[in-house]
Design a protein around this ligand. Structure first.
Ligand SMILES: Cc1cc2nc3c(=O)[nH]c(=O)nc-3n(C[C@H](O)[C@H](O)[C@H](O)COP(=O)(O)OP(=O)(O)OC[C@H]3O[C@@H](n4cnc5c(N)ncnc54)[C@H](O)[C@@H]3O)c2cc1C
Length: 423
């Protein structure tokens, strides 16, 4: 058991070594660092600390509700069945050395900054320093029925459900051929993930139709650009320009609808602002992300669920808490709901680790600085662009995925997951 859990203050392994610069409490106990979330930002903090931190400097515990890290950027492919879920994830313990970072599988239920404790589903963890990288939650903007009846591309479990649901609909259509809605797939999206998914589904459907003896021409994929719905709900957004003009949607037989707000989702499908009712057996909602509800519940000042952090990525209210990834509003960023990218989250995680290291060693703490590169927003779906630009965008996305894997697991991970696609 990790010292953070048992409170004995003993090192996980190795004898504590004296260091004049090392921060210790009056009992000589090593500082306890707890990282919440093994997504892009959290795993990046853990991996960086593992590389740079000496065993004697701190006890580090990483908490995550699953025992794996998954590649968000690949989820749309898993949802459409292009790759298996196992190919999209890697065991957290395959990325960590237990002697340096203890992994604790558990769900965070509450953060208590005053007591410096984190409540998990199976216990309580104490910390001296906390890094919160819990990612966001799907934002349905209060559209009635969306939470209950739509599926989201959010986690490995959520995309498994999409995959199963699509196949179930195909099977059901054979039992009730008169109901065209079983073969209608509505994708409501405010960013590139929905575009990517619609395109991927269009690629996979012919094969699935063959498997279920369904006539492919009876299937319909309709992509709704839901930015107008979000604007009505007071959320910001940018229309997915040119998606319909690219020719790629047209070529793949995907219908594109823009400018009509979605009013509600029902068990039968969608209700649109112009009164139209679209019967669809499958509704996918990908209308943005809100910050983790745990941060506001912890009493931290939040803007739409996110915390505006300082140049060291800490909460100004609680300088012992770092907030990274999707839950952080970075210094100088005006739009609090601006979407994070995987690369940004990875770099923030690394930066939090570097600040922690400097703090523990009594050195000057680095200041967050970020220079965007062309690989940093590879979420712009290739589907929106045709010809050479589309190919270039797809290449950027593939390169960014590889770079992300390299950052957290080195060449070994690239080899296993990207080249050999091992489970
Ligand atoms: C479907 C999808 C596609 C995307 N595509 C792209 C793309 O193509 N390019 C790009 O740059 N960015 C993309 N992004 C954005 C990018 O993945 C995120 O910005 C980035 O992952 C944010 O990192 P994070 O660490 O904040 O959260 P995440 O990476 O989401 O990690 C959060 C972690 O916390 C865990 N967790 C959550 N709640 C709890 C809890 N209560 N207890 C314990 N553990 C918990 C989760 O299981 C997860 O492991 C995509 C995101 C999604 C969802």
């Amino acid at each position: 058991m990790n010292p953070s859990m048992n409170g004995r203050g003993e090192a996980a392994s190795g004898r504590p070594q004296a260091s004049p610069r090392m921060e210790r409490d009056h009992a000589g106990r090593k500082p306890r660092i707890v990282i919440l979330g093994a997504g892009c930002s959290g795993i990046s903090t853990a991996v960086r600390l593992q590389k740079r931190l000496h065993l004697s400097e701190a006890d580090v515990t990483l908490v995550n509700k699953h025992d794996y890290h998954y590649f968000n950027t690949q989820l749309h492919r898993t949802a459409a069945g292009a790759i298996r879920p196992e190919q999209t994830r890697v065991r957290v313990t395959d990325l960590l050395l237990e002697a340096k970072v203890h992994f604790c599988k558990g769900e965070v239920r509450a953060i208590k900054p005053r007591e410096r404790k984190v409540v998990l589903d199976h216990g309580v963890l104490s910390y001296d320093y906390l890094v919160v990288g819990l990612g966001g939650e799907p934002e349905t903007s209060g559209i009635p029925g969306m939470e209950e009846f739509a599926l989201t591309i959010r986690s490995l479990n959520s995309v498994r459900m999409i995959r199963q649901h699509v196949e179930y609909m195909l099977a059901k259509s054979k039992r009730e051929p008169q109901r065209a809605s079983y073969l209608t797939f509505a994708v409501c999206s405010a960013d590139a993930t929905g575009v990517d998914f619609a395109e991927e589904l269009a690629d996979q459907l012919p094969q699935l139709c063959r498997r279920y003896d369904v006539e492919p021409s009876l299937t319909r994929i309709i992509h709704f650009d839901v930015v107008s719905s979000l604007q009505e709900a007071g959320q910001q957004g940018k229309p997915q320009a040119q998606a319909d003009k690219s020719g790629v949607f047209h070529y793949k037989g995907i219908e594109f609808r823009q400018g009509t707000a979605v009013r509600a989702c029902t068990p039968e499908g969608l209700v649109l602002a112009d009164g139209e009712r679209l019967d669809a057996g499958t509704v996918i909602w990908n209308g943005g992300v809100k910050g983790s509800l745990l941060l506001a519940a912890a009493g931290l000042d939040t803007i739409q669920g996110r915390v505006r952090v300082d140049a060291q990525l800490r909460s100004p209210q609680h300088p012992e808490i770092w907030v990274v990834g999707e839950n952080a509003v970075l210094p100088g960023v005006q739009n609090p709901v601006a979407r994070s990218t995987a690369e940004l989250a990875l770099l923030q995680g690394k930066h939090a680790a570097d600040v922690l290291l400097a703090k523990l060693r009594g050195r000057k703490e680095p200041v967050w600085a970020y220079k965007a590169s062309m690989l940093d927003s590879p979420g712009n779906a290739a589907a929106r662009l045709s010809g050479a630009r589309g190919l270039r965008q797809a290449a950027f996305k593939a390169a960014a995925n590889l770079r992300g894997m390299l950052r957290i697991g080195g060449l070994g991970l690239v080899w296993r997951k990207a080249i050999f696609r091992r489970d």
